[in-house]
Design a protein around this ligand. Sequence first.
Ligand code: SAH
Ligand code: SF4
Ligand code: F3S
Length: 446
Amino acid sequence: MKEPKTYFIRTYGCQMNELDTEVMRGQLEKRGLKWLENEAEVDLLIFNTCSIRDLAERKVMGKLGLLAKKKNSDQIVGVTGCMANAKKESLFKKMPHVHFVLGTNDLHTLNDTLDTLLATGSKGIGIQKHFTEELDYIGAKRDDKLKAYISIIRGCNKYCTYCIVPYTRGPEVSRAPEDIIQECKILASKGYKEITLLGQNVNSYGKDNASFNCLFHDLLYKLDAIDGIERIRFMTSHPVDITRQLMEAIRDLPSLCEFIHFPVQSGSSRILKKMHRIYTLEQYLEKVALLKEIVPNAALGTDIIVGFPTETHEDFMETYKVLEHIEYSVAFLFAYSERKGTPATRFKDTIPEEVKQERLQMLIQLQDGIYKKQRQALIGSTQEVLVERASTRNPHLLKGRTRCWKNAIFPGDASLIGSLASIYVDDFTHQTLVGRKVEEPLSLIS
Ligand code: SAH
Ligand code: SF4
Ligand code: F3S
């Protein structure tokens, strides 16, 4: 086996995995490897995987299976990410052509693992349960020059009964505030304008380490003070940990976008209990009402699971009504997928696939109507847009997002890229607001 010269990483799953890929890219480029987007030709091929639903795993297993048939014998193949933690050594048995398996808590050992593999030919495995903060975020290779993901807390202590994440990523570990601030300052000095703070549950930030003396809302005040960072977003939150202080921070901090992911999962308190979400629907709705009182223009996002074991038509209709009532501006809708090793397996996957799909389709249709209505309501308003790039089809059209995450397109000169523009909304297409740049001050509708 010889030192690889080119590499490619195929990324699945959430934003944390995307960031992990950027960190691995930094490590590999430091070693002298070059990115080559060609799975068949590349010397080192890594699958950075996700285990959240069965489909996510099947996609990777299918790819690995195909590769076994056609692979050139010199290619090094690695599996990283949550599926590495979930499947462990069994991946080598099923896929003998895989050379190394590195879980989410072992990515810092990537170059050492490659060294050992090249020196001895022995396969590498790292699947620690606990995360330790040893990743070189400053060296991460980011393609985007305006927006960056920042890891602030890893792991999850919530143990929702359907979810594999606490078993793959392990318990919560917060990153030191000074490290986060330093990274953000470096990014600001390089011209980055927007940061998205990442964690499986960002609102738990700081609770695992009293010596930081810094909870999530405290961190937000520190980051808002950094010159050059115009927008701060965060993903994702557990409703139980969304505090009044956080809501006030959204109201008071200029850079903090008025968008909050507030995942309800189900509208039935009976199902929420079985999911171990630790709130009832009433408590959830009370919190949403408080948010609307403190930040009237806040936009909400959600995740929903339909077809959780024992979900009746009535339970499902409660979920339907919540979607109808709250009118989320982003909704990720999923059919329940049984995950081996999670507590919900004891309830048995009782809802037939066709029923899950029917319920899913009903929510998709409902939500599509809501999206349309929301875009319609924005016509005639002026929105702050971070200008990100020119359209690939027409270089005279610029693209960006509003503070509340809506895509916007408008005519303009490429010199505007990287700046905040006031866009008057004239129209909308399927997923995008269509407008024109104006000089007038921004209205606060978003
Ligand atoms: N930590 C985040 C999200 C983690 S996973 C949070 O709690 O909000 C993203 C979403 O995937 C979850 O919110 C949930 O809606 C969905 N999900 C997780 N496990 C699932 C499963 N077994 N089947 C279907 N959807 C699932
Ligand atoms: Fe999974 Fe629940 Fe943790 Fe989110 S809060 S990662 S859904 S266990
Ligand atoms: Fe998937 Fe792991 Fe993220 S299971 S959604 S990659 S935390």
